[in-house]
Structure formats: C-alpha cells, structure tokens
Design a protein around this ligand. Structure first.
Ligand code: ATP
Ligand code: MG
Length: 385
C-alpha cells in the first residue's frame, strides 16, 4: 500500500458548504491517522493519503472505518498515468492473490487522457491475462474486481473497498448534549448524531449509592469508545443524590420517574447553554419502557428549552442492539450496574402522565430550584482524546 483513497458522497452534494465539509473531514482524517500518513490531500471529489512505509494497514482500516463522512475507502497503489505502467502494476499487485476470474473498472476524472475508461479497463485486463496464468475475465460476478482511478497526476489501483460510517464529518453540524445513561440506547443515539455531523458532549446524571464508582467506570468506558468517532469528547457527571432524595420525599412513587427525568432535562439544558450545544439527545424509543410512552415523553420534553432529538424513536430493540454491537458500545452497556433509576422506579409507574398534574407535584417540592443549581455547580468534567 502506498496510497489510501477515501470516498465521501453526501458532503460532495452540499453546494456552497462543500469546502467547509471537506475541510472538517480532512482535519479529522489527519488527526486520526496522525503519524501513519505523511500527507492527506483533496483530489477531485475524494481524499488521497500517502501512508508511511511502516504504517500497519489493519490499524489504518480500523481508524478510517470510524470516521463519519467517509462512505468507503481503499488501500491502494499508485502508478504512472499510462496503460503500460498501470498494466505492469496490476500484474504485480494481483500476483500473490488467489482468484480465477476478475474484472477491471476504471474511473477517469482526467478527460484529457487519450483513452476512455472502457479502453483502459480492457488494456489493463489484457495485461493481466498475459502476465498471470489461468485467469479469466468475468464482468458479472468475478472473484475479484480491480479498480483504477485516474485523477490528478497519477493512477491509483485497488481491489477492496471498506465501508465507513457515511453521513457528515463531525463538527460540520454543531454541538449536541447527549443524555448518557449506562444503558444500551443512549450511546447508540450519540453515534447516530455524530454520523450526522454533530460533535457530542456527554452528560451522565449520577446516582449516588455505594455503587457509584462502578457506574462511573462504565460511563467512562462508553465515552472512550464513542470518542473513536469524534477524536475528542467532554463528559460531565452530575451528582443527583440530593435531588433524588428530595423527589422521593415529595412525589408519589408512580410519578417520580417523570419528574426525575424533567429535572435531568433542566440540568442538561443548563450545561448545554454553557457549551453552546444546540439540542439535547436521548436514547428514548417510543413505548419501550414506562417513561417512553408518548404522554410521558411529552411531560419530560416539556421541561427542555432546546429541541430534544431521539434518533432511536422508531427503532426496535434488536435493531438498536445490532448497531450497539457494530459500534462497540454493547459490551460495556451490558456490564451489570445498578440502574440509576432503579430505587425510584415504582412497581406500577404512571404511563399516562398528565402535564398539569406533573407540574403540581413538581411545585410541591421544597427547594427544587436550589438543588438543581447546586447539582450543576458540582458537576465533574472529564476530557477524552
Ligand atoms: P438507555 O438504554 O439509554 O438507558 P433505556 O431504554 O434504559 O435507555 P431509560 O432508562 O428510561 O430508557 O432512559 C431513557 C433515556 O433517558 C436514556 O436513553 C438517556 O438518554 C436518558 N437517561 C436515563 N438515565 C440517565 C442518566 N442517569 N443520565 C443521563 N441520561 C439518562
Ligand atoms: Mg436506562
């Protein structure tokens, strides 16, 4: 490998913003690959990187597969821009590979080149047939495709395309505040927004029992995994013990969950305002648990000034689990921990919250505003890279 070719699509469609999107992607790729590459440059609707000779291809693949905005990428080889050289390089490249049938696909953005894509493919195919014994061309379902791209000053050859997350580069859509529990859903929700170009800031509302150390470890592990997709993350952990106790003292058990989550919304909004995040992100999916009926979601979200984005809203649990496994958060999410809400969950929580009643209960809580302020003041902040 002496070239890495990175394809993006959606960001190419963004008209005037295109430069900004490409800039964000280039910065991310540069920072993520670091010393593995000596150069990353834009070349006619794609990025081309020069890997350092000792760069481990496996490592490069792991890194690029996590960068939002990348649709697919390939580890390839360069050749001078003439069919004889390309043919020779193709033979070298395929000599060690096991295959019988093959096809060649050429893309040519250099329209000055004296041959059409079709002609180049045929000429290189012929070189391969001459250079390697027992091979056949099959353009329908070959064992192996050889891709050739002619752009700029050289040709690039590669055989395998690896998928990236697609979507938009992180940082191109602004910041969001993610409400991160230790569960399966909210880390996936964060990933979905990062894939749409948002930088995620994380807030965990911390239950304060004797187990809080274990929960904290788990949350940090989750943020570490999610940081692969955006390079740098901030995690806020907010003490919630005093608020919990106060809510228990003043609110009937069946309504505690709703009020608990309304308080979380207020805390999230205050932290978001400080960091200029534009929305709150939660892992809610309609109907999944008691707090996620439409009436309860209405009661909870009413406490937020910022829009609340819940990208899993229409997903089934098994679909979310599949994604959690793919992005690497699942194994941490299922580590046992005392659910922050468990001692507040009533055996029969209200599933049809009525906003007026919820507000009445809330108004009864002594000193709620002070406790909310205190919680925000005592936030702990951690940075991840
Ligand atoms: P998850 O798997 O994300 O925990 P869940 O299906 O268990 O979701 P709930 O526990 O009702 O559902 O939580 C719904 C959403 O509320 C979570 O996805 C998360 O965004 C937010 N949330 C719940 N608990 C906390 C917490 N302790 N700190 C921050 N956010 C939380
Ligand atoms: Mg949960």
């Amino acid at each position: 490998m002496n070239r890495i070719v990175i394809h993006y699509s959606e960001i190419a469609l963004k008209g005037k913003n295109r430069r900004q999107f490409e800039g964000a992607l280039i910065r991310h790729v540069r920072a993520a690959l670091g010393p593995l590459v000596s150069e990353v440059r834009k070349q006619q609707g794609r990025l081309v990187c020069k890997p350092n000779p000792q760069a481990d291809p496996q490592r490069v693949r792991e890194i690029l597969a996590c960068i939002p905005g990348i649709v697919n990428f390939s580890l390839g080889h360069s050749a001078p821009k003439d069919v004889v050289s390309i043919g020779g390089r193709a033979v070298n490249l395929l000599a060690g590979r096991e295959f019988t049938t093959f096809g060649v696909k050429t893309k040519r953005t250099d329209k000055q080149f004296p041959m059409t894509s079709e002609e180049i493919s045929r000429a290189v195919g012929a070189s391969i047939l001459r250079g390697l014994k027992g091979k056949q061309v099959d353009l329908r379902a070959p064992d192996l495709w050889l891709y050739i791209e002619l752009t700029g000053k050289e040709a690039t050859l590669f055989t395998d395309k690896y998928l990236g997350p697609g979507g938009l580069p992180v940082g191109s859509s602004g910041d969001v505040m993610v409400s991160l529990s230790g569960g399966i859903d909210s880390p996936v929700a964060a990933y979905m927004l990062m894939k749409r170009g948002c930088r995620a800031i994380f807030t965990h509302i911390r239950n304060e029992t004797q187990f809080s150390g274990a929960v904290s470890d788990k949350i940090e592990k989750l943020v570490e995994v999610l940081t692969r997709y955006q390079l740098h993350s901030t995690l806020y952990q907010v003490p919630f013990g005093d608020l919990q106790r106060r809510i228990i003292a003043f609110v009937p058990a069946d309504h505690r969950m709703i009020i608990y989550r309304r308080c979380m919304m207020r805390i999230l909004n205050q932290l978001a305002a400080k960091d200029q995040a534009k929305a709150i992100v939660t892992g809610d999916a309609v109907g999944q648990v008691a707090s996620q009926t439409l009436s309860n979601l209405q009661c909870i979200q009413e406490a937020s000034q910022l829009p609340v984005l819940s990208p899993l809203v229409g997903m089934n649990k098994d679909e979310t689990i599949l994604l959690a496994k793919q992005i690497g958060t699942f194994e941490h999410s299922i580590e046992p921990y005392p659910d922050c809400c468990s001692f507040m969950i009533a055996p029969h929580p209200e599933t049809r919250g009525v906003l007026d009643l919820v507000k009445q209960f809330e108004a009864n809580i002594d000193g709620l505003e002070e406790l909310l302020l205190e919680a925000v003041e005592n936030v702990e902040r951690l940075e991840f890279s």
